[in-house]
Design a protein around this ligand. Structure first.
Ligand code: S3P
Length: 171
């Protein structure tokens, strides 16, 4: 069983992922951290030295390695399902859950956390709101390919456990 959490930066994939992994007694993988370890550089450094296009190729390679892990919760990078056929690959790997939030909530959560996120660095709150609103329009067709779309504003953590249990019964 693999659970892949999908969604924009700041949607809580890592926080929920760590909680869910502990609750289910699964391993937890943060995709960005996996890439940072493999590359020996931070995500910001990779963007700066290699550029976004190269970063997306590195992400694609990381996804192809997820099949080596089982009983795992994976917090995926915010852009990961939106390039190549990654969304399909992720669905083939297991239970994909999109943590859906509105742009306003995302901006509130991302304030002050932009230094580690090259796509947002240097943006004012207003610029961030415009940027995220546009990005979500572009990305939601990919996020919406997830097997489960969760209203991450209201969902109690235990409901994710139910989602996982129902899914494993059916698969
Ligand atoms: C990105 C999201 C980041 C990271 C990179 C690009 C994106 O991951 O992969 O900065 O394109 O949305 P998180 O969603 O874990 O912050």
């Amino acid at each position: 069983m693999r659970i892949l959490l999908i969604g924009y930066m700041g949607s809580g994939k890592s926080t929920l992922g760590k909680w869910l992994a502990k609750r289910l007694n699964y391993a937890f993988i943060d995709m960005d951290e996996l890439i940072e370890k493999a590359e020996g550089a931070t995500i910001s450094e990779i963007f700066a030295s290699k550029g976004e296009a190269e970063f997306r190729l590195i992400e694609q390679t990381a996804i192809s390695k997820f099949k080596d892990f089982t009983n795992v919760v994976i917090a995926t990078g915010g852009g990961a399902p939106c390039f190549f056929d990654n969304a399909q690959q992720m669905n083939d790997l297991g239970l994909t859950i999109y943590l859906k939030l509105t742009p306003h909530v995302l901006v509130d959560r991302l304030k002050g956390a932009t230094h580690t996120r090259p796509l947002l660095s240097g943006k004012s709150d207003k610029e961030m709101l415009d940027f995220i609103t546009n990005k979500l329009l572009e990305r939601e067709p990919f996020y919406n390919k997830a097997k489960v779309i969760a209203d991450a504003n209201h969902l109690d953590n235990e409901l994710y456990v139910e989602i996982v249990e129902n899914y494993s019964k059916e698969n």
